[in-house]
Design a protein around this ligand. Structure first.
Ligand code: ADP
Ligand code: ELE
Length: 311
């Protein structure tokens, strides 16, 4: 297995107006874990999504959706409970506003025991994130167990802190991050979205240094259109964003970045090259609606990289 993603796929109801006004929604499937898994699979990696989905109609549809996008669904297990969902609309400033319908979902009951049969030790790269860790104490334990198992077997652990104030608090998420970081090869906080609540800084360099101080081997601090600051004990490297041809929806750009980065690391790319591929995939994801509306293929990523001048 190249890439294993652990987390909660969600049914996505999206509207282009504020949720207080929306009465018509577009239905799709998203969530950080699904977005990353679909992106990694489309980039050519054998990718498994490890999760529990509900024993309802949406659980069945989610598995079919993931399979249709080339994801290995062997460890997408059904129920008991319901499939999580979110509604996303625009807030008055044009930013995305999320409303979750996921409390007590099947995925939030996942724990280390659900991972016992998953061959984690064979994974080249694990992708996990702060959203999963914030779902419940058992999910936090599952993330910890997966990171220790994959890392312990020589695999690469990628952790996207993805702070969500509706799921956790800055002190709780920071505590978890601090505990996990020594088991992490690459942290991918966004700045300032994650760095401000979790690392108490809006400065990308400070954020990267804070990640290394926590014990992570490297950090890729994502900065929206300003690209990525990559930091490792070897030093800093700025990787510019690939300009998007047009922007339909920002949802999932960070997840596409992480998924493709993981796929490329599993394929043997050096970290800066994998990051560049991630920025290209993110730029392509911006042109589609929702987290999985437009998913970049390996060929599209390579073509876009070839057309984007190296700094
Ligand atoms: N407007 C944009 N134009 C081009 N690339 C973008 C844009 N917004 C995001 N990206 C790409 O997606 C990556 C992740 O975006 P970012 O906003 O930092 O994270 P997140 O989506 O997790 O909040 C960025 O590092 C960049 O490569
Ligand atoms: O909030 C959650 O729990 C979700 O999973 C919703 C979204 O699908 C992703 O989180 C989007 O993430 P970005 O890549 O930061 O745009």
């Amino acid at each position: 297995m190249d890439v294993v993603v652990i987390g909660e796929p969600l049914v996505e109801f999206s509207a282009s107006v504020p949720l207080t006004e929306a009465d018509t929604f577009h239905l799709s499937f998203s969530g950080d874990a699904l977005n990353a898994a679909v992106a990694a699979a489309a980039a050519g990696a054998h990718t498994a999504l490890v999760t529990l989905v509900g024993d309802d109609e949406f659980g069945e549809r989610l598995i079919a959706f993931a399979r249709g996008h080339g994801v290995d669904t062997t460890w997408m297990t059904r129920g008991p409970g319901s499939t999580g969902a979110y509604a996303v609309g625009a807030d008055p400033s044009g930013e995305r506003a999320f409303a979750y319908l996921r409390a007590g979902s099947a995925a939030s009951r996942m724990g280390p025991a659900d991972l016992a049969r998953v061959p984690l030790a064979q994974a080249s790269v694990l992708v996990a994130g702060g959203i999963t860790a914030a779902l419940s104490p058992s999910c936090a334990q599952a993330v910890r167990y997966a990171a220790e198992t994959v890392g312990g077997a020589g695999g690469t652990v990628v952790y996207d802190p993805n702070f969500r104030s509706r799921l956790t608090t800055p002190p709780a998420a920071t505590r978890f991050l601090t505990d996990l970081a020594p088991h992490v090869d690459l942290l991918t906080p966004s700045c300032p979205g994650d760095s401000l609540p979790l690392l108490a800084t809006a400065d990308p360099r400070e954020a990267a240094l804070a990640c290394l101080r926590l014990g992570a081997r490297a950090a890729a601090v994502t900065r929206g259109p300003d690209g990525v600051l990559l930091a490792s004990p070897d030093g800093f490297e700025h990787v510019p964003a690939v300009p998007a041809t047009h922007i339909v929806d920002q949802t999932g750009a960070g997840d596409a970045f992480t998924g493709v980065l993981a796929a490329r690391l599993a394929g043997g790319d050096r970290l800066p090259d994998a990051v560049r591929a991630g920025t290209a995939a993110a730029a392509i994801s911006l042109t589609g609606r929702g987290g999985t509306g437009t998913v970049a293929t390996a060929e599209q990523i390579d073509r876009l990289l070839a057309a984007s001048p190296r700094p």
